[in-house]
Design a protein around this ligand. Structure first.
Ligand code: TRP
Length: 330
């Protein structure tokens, strides 16, 4: 039996370069191997805990769907679906809630961070926390356990969520017998932490991201916003700078070495940014063309996702039938 790999991205914003190198590319590479059966999805109901409007939900959901396809996801090889199209996820979510200790949720990073922030600001501890945020890890466990997932490719920030999913699976198995596979995280080695415009980790929460798919013009503008020091043209530049770090990800090794030498020799920041734009743009261009195609053909995207949901549900229904029987529900 092939190992099952599953991962989801929640549509809370436009995909950026950090998402691409931190998660999407790794997942796509894995899907090309014949070793695995892959399930990749749009975690739209997870996004609901933070999104403010219906427009955002629609816009970001399509952005993530088109991003997956543009980056090379082959819907004939990967079961590709919207979480909200698989109602079995939500049935399992409820069942799992009943074997999940409340204390386990109190310890989840996102909830703890919200509480700590409130306490630091002298607010009531649960201020602004909805039950979606609080129960988020249970829904994620349902996503994972429903398909008998072995491996979950994620970034380090999601490691605890996979541990929680494993705890919940064990807790169910201990109560009722072995039904669920215990999932493990699959974190890529030597993953480059992508730096953002301000030199910190690229993240939507810092507002320092470079969007993956946008027009050439906006991409150029973003790259021009990268913060540099005040070294003048002709002065040697620190090769540990954001521009060089990004350049290395997009350029061939030889080209990257040459760029680094020229930075040391005093290449101006202005020229360096232009060259960075050129390599990034060249890298992204073929994917952007696909992205633009899917954005202009949303009906096709809907059809692909509907077919994916149907495949996902064939397996999901089997799991739910087994779980219901196990817990004594007709
Ligand atoms: N919580 C994940 C994130 O923020 C998204 C997600 C939802 C997910 N369900 C999942 C990831 C199941 C892996 C498996 O990135």
């Amino acid at each position: 039996m092939k190992k099952k790999i599953l991962t989801g991205i929640k549509p809370t914003g436009y995909a950026h370069l950090g998402n691409y190198f931190g998660a999407i590319k790794f997942a796509i590479d894995l899907s090309k191997s014949d070793e695995f059966d892959c399930f990749y999805f749009i975690a739209d109901y997870h996004a609901l805990t933070t999104l403010k409007t219906k427009e955002e939900m629609e816009e970001y959901s399509y952005n993530i769907a088109c991003t997956w396809l543009a980056c090379g996801l082959d819907p004939n090889k990967v079961v590709f679906y919207r979480q909200s199209d698989v109602p079995e996820v939500f049935e399992l979510n409820w069942i799992l809630s009943n074997v999940t200790p409340k204390g386990l949720m109190n310890r989840a990073h996102a909830y703890k961070a919200a509480v700590e922030k409130n306490e630091a600001e002298g607010q009531e501890k649960d201020f602004g926390v909805n039950m979606g945020l609080y129960n988020y890890p249970i829904l994620m466990a349902a996503d994972i356990l429903l398909f008998g997932t072995n491996l979950v490719p994620v970034g380090l920030d999601q490691k605890q969520h996979i541990e929680i999913a494993r705890d919940i699976a064990s807790s169910f198995n201990n109560k009722y017998g072995n039904v669920f596979v215990l999932p493990e995280d699959y974190i890529q080695e030597n993953v480059a932490t992508l730096v953002g415009l301000d030199g910190r980790k690229m993240s939507k929460s810092y507002g320092n991201q470079i969007q993956l798919f946008t027009t050439e013009n906006v991409l150029k503008k973003s790259i021009n916003k990268i913060v540099t020091d005040c070294k003048l043209p002709g002065e040697p530049k620190d090769v540990d700078c954001t521009i060089n770090k990004l350049y290395k990800l997009f350029a061939e090794e030889k080209q990257a070495k040459d760029f680094e030498e020229r930075l040391k020799a005093g290449l101006s920041w202005g020229e360096a940014k232009q060259e960075l734009f050129a390599v990034v743009n060249e890298y992204i261009k073929p994917m952007r063309e696909k992205f633009d195609y899917y954005q202009a053909h949303k009906g096709e995207v809907d059809k692909i996702l509907a077919e994916g949901a149907e495949k996902a549900r064939m397996l999901a229904k089997k799991t739910i039938a087994k779980v219901r029987k196990t817990i004594g529900v007709k």
